[in-house]
Write a protein that binds this ligand. Structure first.
Ligand code: 3UK
Length: 541
């Protein structure tokens, strides 16, 4: 048995069998980590030891927090976990809070103590929390006081969850109250690079949520792949953006990446397109992470803000329509960096340097990763064919006790569930989620391509395109369209949109049905919920 610091071996016991793991590749020299590694120690203690202690790590409207202050805060919380809650390495700790300094400090504390962080999306309700608490057998929780209500509801039905402390409270019995008496030092747990550091639950739309297990070295690998080769941040960069720390997109972009490079991050709890722009202006942020729908809405408002500090813009979570890329470029002169990542892979694996953009493509496999297109039997397809995206690299999918491991990992490759095409130069072009492809009268139609065509129409603010059942054609293409403010829906406009699509892509792809709506259903991570659109009855809200 290899070394582990975990006394509670639940996570290790519930890893998939080795034969079901993806093949892992550590060819890049920067990915050869020592056998003992604690990612919180790497990102905090090591930075302080290297002389970064006095530099700002976290920024908020209420002030800033240096690397040293963040480390000390995390040390004190880690002491509470060990001394007051009596947690031992390997125990799972639920974290629940919006993006703020206490949430960040709690994440580091859990990892320093050798426990396993299970961060949950702020909007989850008791029923969803219960599924996660039961599945990961979570015994303790640290929760923002404003989100305690749902946790308390869940707690009533979760015998495992014995302890919960709230933070950002200050009242007696709160986490803050317990911190006051704690010394500033902590004996970090000497974890193995291959000990589980976090379990990230997927925002899957159907069935039981899946817990993906990531090791300490996976957290370092996410910091040493996409940022190192594509983003290239430096210590003077100021990061900002929308993804929650509970979403691995946000854990990387809003916390681990900036700290790995000695930079700082602006943590804001609730952001809308206009307030994100204001945040960039106020904090002179240079790097921004958000989802395509935000980039599109921000493009229309950019002229009202001084964005001269902004240098690099990252889009992930769903496909970036070329129309949105162009709008943002017209508004700011900045080429968005698109990147596809997945909770199973922890972060981005296909992306592009801004100057190496290719229209319509997500990018190429970034250094450290390999990608190819395979058919239903798993055989590689030559360039130009649409098939299933398969990837491998230093990180990969390991579900917590889940039969679906065999669907995601086949022949050592991670299959993300996306239909893609690769060109002769290794650029990857997103088509659709494999189960979202529309088949109409024998034609395969990718909804996102039709959406991109519609988004170029001057009346369209947002849209979603899905297949709906049809007696004659099996399915027809249906578009749900949100119009820009001040534009009225009409049958004539619907016909105009149809003609517009016919004139820009192959005519058989045009939406035979169009519904004008005021809003599209989206997840907390900014993803369009296509299944909801498919379920909608004609004319229903
Ligand atoms: C889709 C994209 C096209 C794609 C994520 C960056 O989104 C993240 O993780 P999830 O587990 O979803 C994964 C799925 O989302 N997707 C994400 N980015 C793109 N499709 N172009 C993109 N740029 O279907 C993928 O399989 O929620 C993203 C970093 C960390 C993440 N967890």
């Amino acid at each position: 048995m290899p070394y582990t610091a975990h006394i509670d071996t639940f996570a290790r016991n519930n890893l998939p069998p080795r034969s079901q793991w993806p093949e892992l590749i550590f060819e890049l020299p920067e990915l050869r980590y020592p056998e003992r590694l604690n990612c919180a120690v790497e990102l905090l203690d090591r930075m302080v030891a290297a002389g970064h202690g006095g530099r700002i790590a976290l920024r908020t409207a209420d002030g800033a927090c240096t690397y040293l202050q963040l480390m000390v805060r995390a040390n004190r919380i880690a002491r509470v976990l060990r001394e007051d809650l009596k947690l031992v390495p390997g125990n799972r700790v639920l974290l629940r809070g919006p993006n703020n300094p206490m949430m960040a400090a709690c994440w580091f504390a859990v990892i320093k103590a050798g426990c396993i962080a299970v961060a949950t999306m702020p909007l989850l309700r008791a029923k969803e929390l219960k599924q996660i608490i039961d599945k990961a057998e979570i015994g303790a929780a640290l929760c923002d006081v404003r989100l305690m209500e749902e946790l308390e509801l869940a707690r009533g039905q979760c015998p495992n969850l014995k302890q919960a402390l709230c933070f950002n409270d200050g009242g007696p019995g709160s986490l803050e109250a317990l911190l006051e008496a704690k010394p500033a030092e902590f004996g970090n747990t000497d974890t193995a690079a291959g000990d589980v550091a976090l379990i990230a639950f997927t925002s899957g739309t159907t069935g039981q949520p899946k817990g993906t297990m990531h090791f300490h070295r996976d957290v370092m690998a996410m910091c040493d792949c996409f940022p190192r080769s594509i983003l290239k941040p430096g210590p003077d960069d100021i990061f900002c953006g929308t993804p929650p720390l509970a979403f691995t997109f946000g854990l990387g972009g809003m916390l681990c990446f900036p700290l790995r490079y000695g930079a700082s991050t602006v943590l804001v709890e609730r952001l809308m397109p206009d307030t994100l722009l204001q945040t960039i202006e106020d904090f002179k942020a240079s790097i921004c992470f958000t989802a395509p729908t935000f980039w599109r809405q921000m493009a229309a408002l950019a002229k009202d803000h001084d964005l001269s500090s902004l240098k690099k813009c990252v889009s992930a979570g769903e496909a970036l329509p070329d129309a949105t890329r162009q709008l943002w470029k017209q508004a700011t002169g900045i080429e968005i960096i698109d990147g596809i990542g997945a909770t199973e892979m922890i972060h981005i694996f296909i992306s592009h340097a801004p100057e190496k953009v290719r229209r319509g493509a997500t990018g190429y496999a970034i250094p450290g990763y390999r990608a190819c297109i395979v058919d239903d039997a798993g055989n590689p397809l030559p360039p130009g064919n649409v098939g299933r995206l398969a990837v491998k690299g230093p990180t990969g999918c390991r579900y917590l006790a889940d039969e679906r491991q065999k669907n995601y990992v086949q022949n050592g490759w991670n299959l993300t569930g996306d239909a893609y095409r690769m060109d002769g130069d290794g650029y990857f072009f997103y088509q659709a989620r494999t189960d979202d492809m529309i088949i109409s009268a024998g034609y395969n139609i990718a909804g996102p391509e039709v959406e991109d065509a519609l988004l170029n129409h001057p009346a369209v603010a947002e849209c979603g395109v899905v297949g709906v059942p049809d007696k004659e054609r099996g399915q027809i293409v249906k578009a749900f369209v949100v119009l820009k403010s001040g534009i009225a829906a009409s049958a004539a406009l619907a016909r105009d949109l149809q003609d517009f699509v016919k004139n820009s892509i192959a005519p058989y792809k045009y939406p035979r049905a169009i519904d004008f709506v005021t809003q599209l259903p989206r997840t907390e991570t900014g993803k369009l919920q296509r299944f909801r659109l498919r379920e909608r009855k004609q004319g229903a809200p």
